[in-house]
Design a protein around this ligand. Structure first.
Ligand code: 9W4
Length: 425
């Protein structure tokens, strides 16, 4: 598995023979990621990351590979590991290794191997860290503090990671500046609504091939993810029912054209249930007890405890895997309930996560944050920093241009009118 031949960087992947298939996937993602490709062209010319050594710990997917190769094109040296043992695509890892990238990632690695891989990426003494889950930043601070002096800054992709880093900064324990990529509007808004919306429906359809039209589709939680799922299910002809604990969110669901009920009411009429709340025990025993024969239940929230699978099992006389990612539970009275992807995130386990077009903007934020840190990281204090609004507008502007759309621009007179406070309104 270890690859160390002349001209190549050290790496460890599952099977170097998968490189050609991985390269096809990367080429496909490139063709759907016009913002990163535009940034690649510009920053290859500028060599904005020349002299930077970037250690990255991020899901090894085809979209991540496009980010890695954009960082390389901008002049950076790279060393990479995966941030979740189950998300690494071995063919993509093999393609990156074949292209000379120093990468340590294989699907299904154990915890010890996970940290071994992170430590290899730190061997080359990075000047920047790029994280999803903050494992690199924590590893540097807790196990390799001697590296801190050479690190200009880092980025963090996730809400959970950023939350922990803010706590660290409040205690004075964070020793270099970190940019909170998740908080960019071009990241969380598009990931959650359009990314989760499409990929969750994709996961349900791949796992069941069920017709959505005419079905009662119950969305638990009308936050951004729930809204995205509701919108796409409605688009396929389903009748959407939202359940909520928050009045304003429930009102939005109603005005978006959906029915609102409690889960106790929805349980008896739903055909397909998806949880997107971030809370445990959203669907429990008393709900399974009244569900229709054939009901389909799945989760797209971050934690896999939204559906109480223990309750479902306790009501069942048996279960079998009837299709990939689809388990049939038979209840004592003969009703059948179908659980998708074992209650894990259906969009990741049964489909491919966010489409490349959505990751394009998330990773453009990662890339531009690396460029910002290379330029001004030494002037930033050791704290968690937001992405400037101008970066969001810049990324959204490129995306629109690549889609062939243009924006109106205020005339000077209109700009003066907007700022004028002399004549009242
Ligand atoms: N993927 C993931 C995690 C767990 C998991 C057992 C078989 C997140 C963001 C991006 O977490 C990610 N468990 C699986 S599959 C699986 C996949 N199992 C459990 O039963 C299946 C993950 C970001 N992203 C996209 O969304 C698209 N491209 C990206 O880079 C990727 C992966």
């Amino acid at each position: 598995m270890t690859n160390k031949h002349a001209g190549a960087s050290p790496s460890k992947v599952a099977d170097p023979g998968l490189a050609e298939r991985g390269r096809c996937k990367i080429d496909w993602a490139e063709s759907r990621m016009p913002v990163l490709m535009a940034l690649r062209e510009e920053h290859a010319r500028l060599q904005s990351l020349k002299g930077m050594r970037i250690a990255g710990c991020l899901h090894v997917t085809k979209e991540t590979a496009v980010l890695v190769e954009t960082l390389l094109a901008a002049g950076a040296e790279i060393s990479w590991s995966g941030c979740n043992p189950l998300s690494t695509q071995d063919d993509v890892a093999a393609a990156l290794a074949a292209a000379g990238v120093s990468i340590y990632a294989w699907h299904g690695m154990n915890v010890e191997e996970f940290y071994w891989c992170i430590d290899r990426t730190l061997d080359f003494k990075p000047t920047l860290t790029l994280d999803d889950g903050a494992d690199l930043i924590f590893s540097v601070h807790n196990r390799h503090p001697h590296l801190i002096a050479g690190i200009v800054g880092g980025t963090e992709e996730t809400t959970t990671g950023i939350h922990r880093l803010r706590a660290m900064a409040a205690d004075g324990a964070l020793k270099y500046p970190v940019v909170a990529v998740n908080d960019a509007e071009t990241k969380w808004d598009f990931d959650n609504v359009y990314g989760t919306g499409q990929s969750s429906l994709d996961g349900i359809i791949r796992a069941t091939s069920v017709l959505l039209a005419g079905k009662n589709f119950v969305v638990a939680g009308y936050g951004h993810c729930g809204k995205g799922c509701a919108m796409r299910a409605a688009g396929l002809g389903a009748s959407v029912i939202a359940t909520e604990i928050k009045a304003t969110a429930a009102l939005k669901a109603t005005l978006d054209g959906h029915r609102v009920m409690t889960m106790d009411e929805a349980a008896a009429v739903g055909d397909i249930f998806i949880t997107a709340t971030g809370m445990k025990d959203v669907i429990v025993k008393r709900h399974f007890e009244v569900m229709r024969d054939g009901a389909i239940v799945c989760n797209t929230g971050h934690y896999d405890c939204e559906i109480n699978i223990g309750d479902l099992a306790s009501l069942s006389t048996g279960k079998r895997e009837i299709r990939d990612n689809c388990e049939e539970y038979t209840l004592r009275d003969g009703r059948r309930i179908y659980l998708l992807a074992q209650g894990r995130l259906v969009n990741l386990a049964a489909a491919e996560g966010h489409p490349s077009e959505v990751m394009d903007m998330s990773f453009a934020n990662q890339f531009l944050s690396m460029v910002r840190l290379a330029r001004e990281g030494r002037d930033l204090v050791a704290d968690v920093h937001d992405i400037p609004e101008s970066q969001d507008q810049y990324i959204a502007g490129i995306k629109l241009r690549t889609m062939g759309m243009s924006l109106d621009v205020l005339t000077d007179e209109q700009a003066r009118y907007a700022d004028d406070y002399s004549a009242g309104t």
